[in-house]
Design a protein around this ligand. Structure first.
Ligand SMILES: *Cc1c(COP(=O)(O)O)cnc(C)c1O
Length: 223
């Protein structure tokens, strides 16, 4: 068995039922993705539209691409033409509106996650928890025609402080529960995407049901 297949199987064996694995393949060549595909992996995460545009046509059609990077509004149409299974990184209402319009024009409904920012780093993209609460309290989602909001995505602070990481994951998970309470009629708002190579077991313990793991599957990236 290849090292990649072993890594995937080892990670999958630790994930409880109902928790799904996105193999974050950004910066890795298509041959590497193919090894993961041959090991049975179907969900892959990419962070740049250009890179996805090269990879998507050469991998089998049943790959489910998750877009996880910061998305510029001028790249939205190109991304949607690549038919990602999920855009996890909706980090502003402006971007959400751009995806909504483009998807409606294409006659599709694009699944998305709202990216929430709880980490200490200022540079991270995403809605604050209070912004997201306000979005759902005001029921601004009711005007959407081309997107389906399936849940939220978030990252913990980049720190060795396990207590801080746990607190970040707990606030992301609690926010998802709160939003369901605010808008109980939201359908299929059930994905909580959190956890990466270094922290996914903790994220799962805190309520994640979608982990995004790159390095622990493919090794380190060469940027
Ligand atoms: C790169 C990336 C990951 C994967 O990180 P690893 O530490 O390699 O597992 C997960 N989520 C997002 C949003 C990323 O950009």
């Amino acid at each position: 068995m290849s090292a990649i297949a072993e890594n995937i199987n080892r990670i999958l064996s630790t994930l409880p039922a109902g928790v799904e694995l996105v193999a974050v393949s950004k910066f890795h060549p298509v041959e590497t993705l193919r090894e993961a595909y041959d090991a049975g992996q179907r969900k892959f995460g990419e962070s740049r539209v250009q890179e996805l545009a090269v990879k998507a046509p050469v991998l089998p059609g049943d790959v489910k691409w998750h877009f996880i990077g910061h998305l510029q509004t001028n790249k939205v149409r190109q991304l949607l033409r690549l038919r990602p299974a999920m855009i996890e990184s909706i980090d502003s209402e402006r971007l959400l509106a751009a995806v909504d319009t483009a998807a409606a024009d294409l006659g599709i409904v694009q699944p998305v996650l709202m990216q929430v920012h709880v980490a200490a780093e200022e540079s991270k993209f995403g809605f604050s928890p209070s912004e997201l609460e306000a979005y759902f309290t005001d029921r601004r989602f009711e005007t959407l025609r081309g997107v389906h909001i399936c849940g939220i995505m978030g990252m913990a602070t980049n720190t060795d402080d396990v207590g801080r990481i746990r607190a970040d994951f707990e606030s992301i998970a609690a926010l998802a529960v709160k939003i369901r309470g605010i808008a109980p009629d939201l359908r299929g708002f059930d994905t909580v995407s959190m956890g990466m190579s270094d922290d996914y077991p903790l994220a799962v313990a805190c309520g994640s049901n979608l982990v995004r793991v790159g390095t622990a599957i493919f090794g380190s990236r060469e940027y």
